[in-house]
Design a protein around this ligand. Structure first.
Ligand code: ADP
Ligand code: MG
Length: 239
């Protein structure tokens, strides 16, 4: 092996951590009849990054998420996702005739679904409600259950479609905190659709604006700023 002799001007050779791409969209186009909703859209999602996606109602945010989730067979263009994807919607979409616990394990193909569901419910602070019927949950609890259902799938890419917009302001803050905790612990890439600019700036590393079928604007947010987890602890509040 050759010995390396540093010259007089030795640069630090610590390589930057390699940027892995979890999802890549190239020229994605989606038409509904005459209307082109996504128009040759390009997007790359890096491993572990938290993206907020803003855009007017009807700009195609949910359409893009559906395509990324593999729920849209009619989008044209390039789309590749590495690993597993989980989605949480604005309405938690729990199956009403199955208890919370059974909702979490529904369709879950792992060796110990029950244990995994217990762990996920504990993580979102919902262990006590595991045996409850979904219709008896508060809005915040239902959203926690929805997050647990996504989390238990250990997604590489977590798609959140306006999951907080139906919650009251205080509950929303505690759920923000929870999402940041979960993100720090598991580091999935997150693509969060929101119409709340403050929420986007608070949670995300990168804020994108969808307009006229493309990413029309992008801001990278300083990682140094305080996030909710640095704010007074509100996690003990009931949601
Ligand atoms: P956003 O989530 O940004 O509010 P959507 O992605 O839900 O917007 O919808 C974008 C546009 O595509 C809207 O005009 C909507 O009416 C239309 N659209 C979405 N899904 C369908 C569908 N299945 N059939 C026809 N039009 C649709
Ligand atoms: Mg939408």
């Amino acid at each position: 092996m050759a010995t390396r002799v540093p010259g007089p001007l030795t640069l630090q050779e610590t390589p930057a951590p390699e940027r892995q791409v979890v999802a890549s969209v190239q020229g994605l186009t989606r038409r509904f009849g005459e209307r082109t909703v996504l128009d040759r859209l390009d997007l790359e999602v890096a491993r572990g990054e938290f993206i907020a996606l803003l855009g007017r109602s009807g700009s195609g945010k949910s359409t893009l998420l559906r395509a990324l989730a593999g729920l849209d067979g009619e989008a044209e263009g390039g789309l590749s996702v590495t690993g597993s994807v989980a989605v949480a919607f604005q309405e938690p979409r729990l199956v009403p005739w199955k208890r919370v616990h059974a909702n979490i394990t529904l369709g879950l193909a792992v060796p110990n679904p029950k244990e995994n569901a217990d762990a996920a419910l504990a993580e979102v602070g919902l262990s006590e409600r595991a045996g409850a019927w979904p219709l008896t949950l508060s809005g915040g609890e239902a959203q926690r259950a929805s997050l647990a259902r996504a989390l238990v799938r250990e997604p590489d890419l977590l798609l959140l479609d306006e999951p907080f917009s139906a919650l009251d302001a205080l509950t929303r803050i505690t759920i923000h905190q929870l999402v940041l905790q979960l993100w720090s612990a598991h580091r999935p890439s997150v693509l969060l659709v929101t119409h709340d600019v403050d929420e986007a700036l608070l949670l995300a590393d990168r804020v994108l604006v969808l307009d006229a079928g493309r990413i029309a604007h992008e801001s990278v947010i300083s990682a140094e700023r305080p996030r909710h987890r640095d704010h007074p602890d509100l996690t003990s509040l009931r949601t």
